[in-house]
Design a protein around this ligand. Structure first.
Ligand SMILES: [Zn+2]
Ligand SMILES: [Zn+2]
Length: 235
């Protein structure tokens, strides 16, 4: 009867909501969920009405994406950005419950039999500071919703790469070269299997690209990605 003492609050404001881990109607309306036609590789919204059409954005035409399909739940702006930031830095870990379920809905059509779910890794120094890997919390929930195996330590970040914030795209890719690899203890699990990579925010795609390359190098048959939020350029 915890709710008598602590009624569930909306994930992005203090309004009391009827069920655990949701958004109130106001915040739901102000959260930029991605709907309609989107890029098949990175989830960015594209002009067009038919969401079943397979389309590709300009960025994904220009930059090699070493994964076959990608999905995202919301745009990284306004309430979408607030939601991700409170999850990342504000210890709102209960967000993973709702957000992981939204991600499972977004990734439903890219689920494959035998797919192994793996989060993008944090360096142990950052993990120590933050106490949890937000991508792994999302991955656990997503995997259980999609009835897939979750391997939270499939990938390892063996070099501290510092923050990617404020870096341009080329600098982000250069910063990550050879910084991520398969955890040797888990390498047998990825051979001859498809992988679904999970991250909280897809910005340049550099981290997910480094993770995907590591999975293929270990024998993965296919790599797909899902992010909670996609950074969308203005205009
Ligand atoms: Zn609210
Ligand atoms: Zn794209």
């Amino acid at each position: 009867m915890m709710h008598v003492v602590y009624p569930p609050h909306c994930l992005t404001c203090n309004a009391i909501v009827g069920t655990d881990g949701g958004l109130c109607a106001d915040c739901w309306g102000r959260t930029p969920f991605l709907t309609g036609l989107r890029c098949d590789l990175c989830g960015v919204p594209l002009p067009g009405d038919d969401p079943t059409e397979i389309a590709c954005c300009d960025d994904c035409l220009r930059i090699a994406r070493p994964w076959s399909k990608g999905r995202a739940v919301l745009a990284y702006r306004d309430n979408g950005r607030r939601l991700v930031l409170s999850f990342k830095h504000g210890d709102r870990t209960e967000l993973a419950r709702a957000a992981g379920a939204w991600m499972a809905i977004a990734a439903r059509d890219i689920r494959l039999p035998g797919q192994i779910v793996a989060p993008t890794p944090l360096h142990w120094r950052r993990l120590f500071k933050r106490r949890y890997n937000q991508a792994a919390l999302l991955g656990a929930r997503l995997a259980s919703e999609l009835e897939l195996e979750h391997c939270p330590d499939l990938l390892k970040r063996h070099r501290f790469t510092g923050s990617q914030e404020g870096k341009g795209r080329d600098a982000r890719f250069a910063n990550l070269v050879d910084s991520i690899s398969i955890n040797p203890r888990q390498s047998v699990r990825v051979a001859d299997r498809p992988v679904l990579l999970v991250d909280d925010v897809l910005t340049s795609g550099a981290t997910l690209a480094a993770c995907a390359e590591a999975c293929y190098a270990a024998g993965a048959t296919d790599v797909r990605v899902v992010a909670l939020a996609r950074v969308v350029k203005d205009g």
